[in-house]
Design a protein around this ligand. Structure first.
Ligand code: PGA
Length: 249
């Protein structure tokens, strides 16, 4: 059985007191669920969030990290720094990191390797742009993103990987992939992993969908057999919406 996961990517939103109050509200309203629930506040508030969620099942995860152990990398954060504040899962490869901060497949491959070397869990994001889908090139793009960043990993590493398919055209746009489009891509991803590694590894890896998931569309998207949960941006900033999405899994 694969883990179901609902993760909130808060991006550059919420100061410390807002973080604490959203987490308190979330904790109070959290429904009973078999799914793992995660939130990714911004770096400066990770420690406060961990503290705030001490007795909660909600996991605190990071939005990014650097691949180096330490050193002259002004403004960056290392795996050890995250682990030291009890954050052991990191999002890598978000499309905003790729598009706005120049993170290439090569850089992302280094980040994934560095995180896994420290025994962290990695939530790896990828997905095609609108032009790729219009030219029906989405499967090639996704395959090459996976190949360049993940397919050099050994089989054991896959137990610590979670995938998040996020079509760039659906992120923050209000436009969602249809449940059928999501299922089609997730099945393709699983099949590609099966061919590259094994059917067993492909069956075990959780593949989340991300891109304008809301309480109103979550249930239908999550009902698809290869969709194991969601990575939620905007709707994760409102407790009732995030709770509504968790209830849909
Ligand atoms: P969105 O963002 O839910 O606001 O579209 C998703 C994401 O960026 O992970």
């Amino acid at each position: 059985m694969r883990n179901k996961i609902v993760a909130g990517n808060w991006k550059m939103n919420k100061n410390l007191s807002e973080t604490e109050s959203l987490l308190r509200e979330l904790s109070a309203k959290l429904p009973d669920t078999d799914a793992e629930v995660m939130v990714a506040p911004t770096f400066v508030n990770l420690s406060g969030a961990v503290h705030c969620l001490e007795s909660s099942i909600i996991q605190v995860i990071a939005q990014n990290m650097h691949f180096a152990e330490s050193g002259a990398f002004t403004g960056e954060i290392s795996a050890d720094m995250l682990l030291n504040i009890e954050v052991d899962t990191v999002i890598i490869g978000h499309s905003e990191r790729r598009a706005l901060f120049g993170e290439t497949d090569e850089i992302l491959a280094k980040k994934v390797k560095a995180a896994l070397a420290k025994n962290m869990r990695v939530m790896f994001c990828f997905g095609e742009e609108l032009g790729d889908r219009k030219s029906e090139n989405q499967f090639n793009i996704v395959e090459s993103q996976l190949k360049n960043a993940l397919f050099n990993l050994d089989a054991d590493s896959w137990s610590r990987l979670v995938l998040a398919y996020e079509p760039v055209w659906a992120i923050g746009t209000g436009e969602t992939a249809s449940p059928e489009q999501a299922q089609e891509m997730h099945a393709f991803i699983r099949n590609t992993i099966s061919q590259t590694y094994s059917a067993d590894i492909a069956e075990r890896v959780s593949i989340l969908y991300g891109g304008s998931v809301k309480p109103s569309n979550a249930k239908e998207i999550f009902s698809k057999p290869d969709v194991d949960g969601g990575l939620i941006g905007g709707a994760s900033l409102v407790a009732d919406d995030f709770v509504g999405i968790i209830k849909s899994i």
